[in-house]
Design a binder for this molecule. Sequence first.
Ligand SMILES: [Zn+2]
Length: 244
Amino acid sequence: MQTTPTALLALVLACTAPALAEEQWSYEGRAAPPHWGELSERWQTCSKGMYQSPVDIQHPIAGHLPPLQLSFYPRAKSIVNNGHTVQVTVEDEEDFLLDDQRWTLKQFHFHVPSENHIQGRGFPLEIHFVHANAHGELAVVAVMAVAGAANPALESILGALPPPRDPPQKLQQKLLLTQLYPGDRHYYRFSGSLTTPPCSEGVIWLVMKQPIAASAAQLARFATALAHANNRPLQPLHGRQIVE
Ligand SMILES: [Zn+2]
């Protein structure tokens, strides 16, 4: 079944509410990723799709893509731990131009460990910044984190984290999104899908080449907050090209 762009956008915003869908999916047990496509008619793309995410980024084609030009506009945010991920919802707080369109940040969330891999390498944490254009089409900017210096923005998020399945809370602390992006904004680009049901395709993926740093303690606190790994396994490329 095709998901329209507008429905897709509604979907990624609905994740702010605690997970109470009629069908439940999970990262473990009978509702784990290999079974997502069987759990609901509406989720068949999870098993039948040909352009699924995440992927291992191998053999990129040199497209000489310029670095992503992100603009930031500090606005109010809310935060939730919905049982699947830790998610921060924003109001048009950051955007960029790509393919002559403006893509505006809607929410960002965390995966422990990373979903995408780069040249066969996984990372302890991956942040997904979910953007939409005026038509409700999606572009996800992914940023990897490695162990190093403590990250002040991650500290603000960890400090404000509500207990699992509590309602979203307003984020009071100052949070500078620039601290969640690497200084070097070169990226890999490819076509993919949502990495959670309904696994809808037609999502533009922009994976930053350079990781950011987070302290080992911060990485451990994210793992504890999520209580279990929330990374979908790698999906086949099926001939897709990755451009850098
Ligand atoms: Zn994600």
